[in-house]
Design a protein around this ligand. Structure first.
Ligand SMILES: NC(=O)c1ccc[n+]([C@@H]2O[C@H](COP(=O)([O-])OP(=O)(O)OC[C@H]3O[C@@H](n4cnc5c(N)ncnc54)[C@H](OP(=O)(O)O)[C@@H]3O)[C@@H](O)[C@H]2O)c1
Length: 212
């Protein structure tokens, strides 16, 4: 039996919309939380999601996804007085303007900075390592779309792994949240190939294994 969740999708841009489309297709309840709900109301109605303020979205949510710029994510994390053990999935990358590299690392990560501010949250790094176009329906790509995730909370990793697998990704448990120090530069590798190296956005990392 698969459990359904009430998911606060914080951000309704490229990543928030794509993840919401995927999750709603699985029967998950999604509420967008954005600064100006009216701006994204038509999108929410098309997808079959609710929409409101960040506080509205968090109200009944057991999982929240940060699909906002990193600076906004820091503010959101700190503004909630008590995350009440909610799973807080960090999809951000701490990008410099113009995609000119990462603003922090390698001895810390965006995910760890968020965890330090999000009181009583179970932070999971996930969804940051591929382009938004690959998130709505990863099964459309040939081969499994590699989707690493990291958290200091083993149960949260298991819950997110199961969800990510249902979404059609190749879920890969990377262990402790400090692994985000590797997952964020890994995202930068995708960005480098997509833009600077001219590969475009229609591809994703996938795993292959030796048979013996
Ligand atoms: N794009 C990708 O392919 C990709 C892939 C992996 C990870 N990421 C990461 O995912 C995050 C989102 O990227 P994106 O491309 O989806 O960005 P985007 O299209 O610019 O969307 C950002 C969304 O965040 C909302 N927002 C901004 N401040 C907010 C706040 N304080 N509270 C709630 N919502 C807020 C924006 O609302 P308004 O529309 O009202 O401004 C917008 O809906 C970034 O950290 C990015 O690095 C992106």
């Amino acid at each position: 039996m698969t459990s359904t969740h009430t998911i606060a999708m914080l951000g309704a841009g490229n990543v928030g919309a794509a993840l919401a489309r995927n999750l709603i297709g699985l029967g998950e309840r999604v509420r967008f939380g954005v600064p100006d709900p009216q701006k994204h109301r038509a999108l929410a109605e098309t997808l079959g999601a609710d929409i409101g303020s960040v506080a509205d979205a968090l109200d009944a949510a057991d999982i929240a996804i940060l699909a906002v710029p990193y600076a906004a994510a820091l503010d959101i994390a700190a503004a909630v007085p008590d995350w009440n053990q909610r799973i807080l999935i960090d999809a951000t990358n701490p990008l410099n303007p113009g995609l000119a590299g990462l603003a922090l690392g390698p001895s810390t990560s965006a995910a760890e900075q968020l965890a330090a501010r999000a009181r009583n949250a179970r932070v999971v790094k996930c969804f940051n390592t591929t382009g938004a176009e690959n998130m709505a329906d990863p099964r459309r790509l040939d081969g499994g779309v590699f989707m690493p995730l990291a958290s200091d909370d083993a149960e949260a990793r298991a819950v997110v792994s199961a969800l990510v697998a249902r979404m059609g990704f190749d879920a890969a448990d990377a262990g402790a949240l400090s692994a985000a120090r590797y997952l964020e530069p890994f995202a930068m590798t995708w960005i480098h190939f997509a833009f600077a190296a001219g590969a475009g956005r229609d591809w994703a990392f996938s795993r292959v294994r030796r048979s013996r």
